[in-house]
Design a protein around this ligand. Structure first.
Ligand code: F6R
Length: 606
């Protein structure tokens, strides 16, 4: 949450930094700010409440040439969204300028101490203590001052700090919040996430916790908190910067929905060699698996819903019990794990704080940890014992879509791979063949947009929606409800269809739509009964059914058809209509689809 970006180099950087903030806006958009030093050593500091467009407005007609700057886009934690709470923040002498992503937990004590020492605060943020501490600790050497400061603060942070009196240096520090450093010969960048700088450089250093980077135009040096120099290896990223552009779509979310056939195909293809599954970065041997009695999967939000489907997949393929936990619960419930346990964390960003902490707890207890992540080089990918990348490409829309289906593809592939290692599954050729058919099927489900537009026209004024499914499609119902509520702000609940009669059915009346996943499955008839229970109470029925199912028309106000597929694989198809229903309803309601209120894409606070 919150995005920071910084530049030092030979180019004029105002547009570079504003462009970088645009790519980071998914991390928060309560306010934005930019501090620059121009060639005449003037300091320019502009902030604006709300989305980045407001800050861009402030820079209209701005012509000063600047070679150093830091910017911030905020998701408010301490201090309500306002201009005074927007970053960058200054010290009392207005010499040091700072941007921060994270939370300083001991800021109240520090603030009191600083005020007693004569410092004056301008904002209600936790962040401002850091820049006053730099001022307090400065004795001619910025690196020393930063080092002293970060040894005083507790919590999570990614920082960018400049000294107006020395525009030849930019300092960054990381503990607990993501931060990358990148650069070319004569220019260097810092950013919370790579898409912010991908247009200019593909040479990326991933900062680890308790590291400081000192950036000059021609050099980058890394230090630990004791001031010892660290040698860090860079990586060359092969993400195409165009993947982080809207490419003519109205919203990133729609573009990302359309990208799913490619995302799942590439995810699958990256895991097969000669029609067998192959996981390059998963160093798990037969010996490690021989005493495997249970698998834990841990995640948040949409990734949690993918993990619930993972439970159905693993239990069917491996016949090993699987527990799925919300990371925010798992980390505090003293989970029973040991060296024979396997814990899989699932995360698009690879940075979600609760999931990351869950991973660390699992590691501490001796479990073998696997991270399924989308962002290359993310903290989880570096800390887990084994890593599996989904090849979704950058997901910018706050509502996750292509990451979800790519996670499912990975879970199917991984289950069979582990099954083969355990000697209990020998069907990988068949599974590969079936999984290969899914990408074109997803394409056909997406292509029929008229039906989603009609549903949006008819039902966008509803105040409540229900989403219902059974078995492996019950988590799809949860995901459909989450998608609708987060981008359209309509109250929606997902339930296992058979559970309706135990309470939620009380919500049904003639203006409440229920979206049923009613594809071909052994429980088809049971779902039809559940539909009838709702019809009998005048509820509106939208069904996601299998091609050729004419019976369902009789029970539904609208039917969306998906191609015929074994129930086991069907979530990869049934989820697509739920994404498009949410998208077109939100659009019809005029909602800000890519930046829903109160949300941020990467939740790096507890
Ligand atoms: C919903 C959504 C969130 C994320 C959740 C976990 O559309 O995007 O619920 O799924 O915040 O994020 P990751 O997967 O990055 O750990």
């Amino acid at each position: 949450m919150c995005g920071i970006v910084g530049y030092i180099g030979n180019r004029d950087c105002t547009e570079i930094l504003l462009g970088g903030l645009e790519k980071l806006e998914y991390r928060g958009y309560d306010s934005a700010g930019l501090a620059l030093v121009d060639v005449d050593n003037n300091i320019i500091l502009k902030k604006a409440l709300g989305k980045l467009v407001n800050l861009k407005e402030e820079f209209k007609g701005f012509k000063n040439e600047c070679h150093l700057g830091i910017g911030h886009t905020r998701w408010a934690t301490h201090g309500r969204p306002s201009v005074k709470n927007a970053h960058p923040h200054l010290d009392c002498q207005e010499r040091f300028i700072l941007v921060h992503n994270g939370i300083i937990e001991n800021y109240e004590e520090l603030k009191e101490e600083l005020i007693n020492n004569g410092h004056t605060f301008q904002s209600d943020t936790d962040t401002e203590v850091i820049v006053h501490l730099v001022e307090e600790n400065f004795d001619g050497d910025l690196l020393e001052a930063v080092k002293k400061t970060i040894n005083t603060i507790d919590g999570a942070y990614a920082l960018g700090i400049m000294d107006i009196k020395d525009p030849e240096i930019l300092i960054a520090a990381r503990h607990g919040s993501p931060l990358v450093v990148g650069g070319n010969e004569d220019e260097k960048f810092i950013a919370s996430d790579t898409p912010a700088i991908l247009k200019y450089t593909r040479k990326i250093f991933y900062m680890d916790d308790r590291e400081i980077a000192v950036l000059k135009r021609n050099s980058i040096y890394f230090y630990d908190y004791e001031g010892k120099k660290i040698e860090k290896m860079h990586r060359i990223l092969n993400w195409d910067p165009l993947m982080a552009e809207k490419a003519g779509y109205d919203h990133f979310m729609l573009k990302e929905i359309y990208e799913q056939p490619r995302a799942v195909r590439e995810t699958l293809f990256s895991k097969i060699k000669k029609e067998k599954f192959f996981f390059e970065d998963l160093k798990i041997d037969k010996e490690r698996l021989k005493d495997l009695r249970k698998i834990n999967i841990v995640a948040c939000g949409t990734s949690y819903h993918a993990s619930l489907i993972g439970k159905f997949i693993f239990e069917k393929v491996l016949r090993i019990p699987v527990d799925v936990d919300y990371a925010s619960e798992f980390r505090y419930r003293d989970p029973i794990l040991d060296k024979d346990s396997v814990v899989i964390v699932v995360s698009q960003s690879g940075e979600t704080m609760d999931t990351l902490e869950a991973l660390r707890i699992a590691k501490d207890k001796g479990a073998y940890t696997i991270a399924i992540v989308n962002v290359f080089g993310s903290t989880m990918s570096r800390e887990a014992d084994g890593v599996i990348y989904t090849i979704a490409g950058p997901e910018i829309g706050v509502a996750s879509t292509k990451a979800f289906t790519s996670q499912l593809m990975t879970l199917y592939s991984l289950s069979v791979y582990l099954g083969e290692k355990l000697g209990i599954c020998f069907e990988s050729d068949n599974v590969v063949r079936t999984l290969k058919t899914l990408s074109p099927m997803i394409e056909t489900v997406i292509d029929d947009v008229d039906i989603y537009k009609q549903i949006a026209t008819n039902y966008h004024k509803a105040t409540d929606f229900l989403y219902l499914g059974r078995g492996i499609n019950y988590p799809v119902a949860l995901e459909g409800a989450l998608k609708l509520k987060e981008i359209s702000y309509i109250h929606a609940e997902g339930y296992p269809a058979g559970e309706m009669k135990h309470g939620p059915i009380a919500l049904v009346e003639n203006e409440v739509p229920s979206v049923f996943v009613v594809n071909k499955s052994p429980l088809y008839k049971k779902v039809i009964s559940n539909i009838q229970e709702i019809s009998a109470r005048d509820g509106i029925i939208i069904s996601i059914a299998t091609n050729g199912d004419n019976l369902i028309q009789k029970y539904s106000n609208k039917v969306i058809y998906i191609p015929e597929i074994e129930e086991f694989y069907s979530p990869l198809l049934t989820v697509i209509p739920t994404q498009l229903i949410a998208y077109f309803i939100a659009k019809k309601r005029g909602a800000d689809i890519d930046k829903p209120r109160n949300l941020a894409k990467s939740v790096t606070v507890e």
